[in-house]
Ligand binder design. Structure first.
Ligand SMILES: [Fe+2]
Ligand SMILES: [Fe+2]
Length: 162
């Protein structure tokens, strides 16, 4: 079963308190950060397999790519004016502290390219970059559908829903 295979590669990460905290904050629209990271990791994992890349690296980098945004005040030193334009640096630092492989770190560091200036240089990093850009579109699409279904006044933002 493919989902179980993907989860096999991120099992230790799923048990981290800081990862579970992601369920409480928004990513894009009404989708929470855990759902976003999980989806990016899963798609990056599949893309890496298609591209004959390293699926473990893609799965872990995809799952950790947005580990930290500006919602953790103690990690805001890279941010300016509350912007999240440096969130890839914060997530990279957190993953490095956790002991992730350099290839995982590279994919996290470059997932926001062209922001951050460093372009993806590996198949796994490109898999994460592609997955993130596809998934955030899906996030907003799903958020719009939820809003329509429930008749929410605010089309894109509000409480986190499934
Ligand atoms: Fe990101
Ligand atoms: Fe993302």
């Amino acid at each position: 079963m493919r989902i179980r295979e993907y989860e096999h590669y991120i099992r230790d990460l799923l048990e981290l308190d800081d990862i579970q905290e992601l369920r409480k904050t928004h990513a894009h629209g009404r989708r929470d950060r855990f759902v976003h990271n999980y989806a990016v990791g899963k798609l990056a994992y599949r893309l890496a397999r298609l591209l004959n890349g390293n699926a473990t690296i893609a799965a872990r980098a995809g799952f950790l790519h947005d580990w930290y945004h500006g919602h953790r005040p103690e990690r805001k030193r890279f941010s300016f004016s509350g912007s999240d334009q440096h969130h890839f640096r914060i997530s990279h630092e957190a993953a490095a502290n956790y002991g992730e492989h350099t290839e995982v770190l590279h994919a996290i560091r470059t997932h926001f390219w062209p922001w951050g200036r460093v372009a993806p240089k590996s198949r796994e990093a490109w898999a994460v970059w592609m997955a993130d850009n596809l998934v955030w579109v899906v996030d907003y699409w799903q958020s719009a559908k939820i809003s329509l279904r429930h008749g929410y006044q605010n089309f894109m933002y509000g409480e986190v829903s499934q």
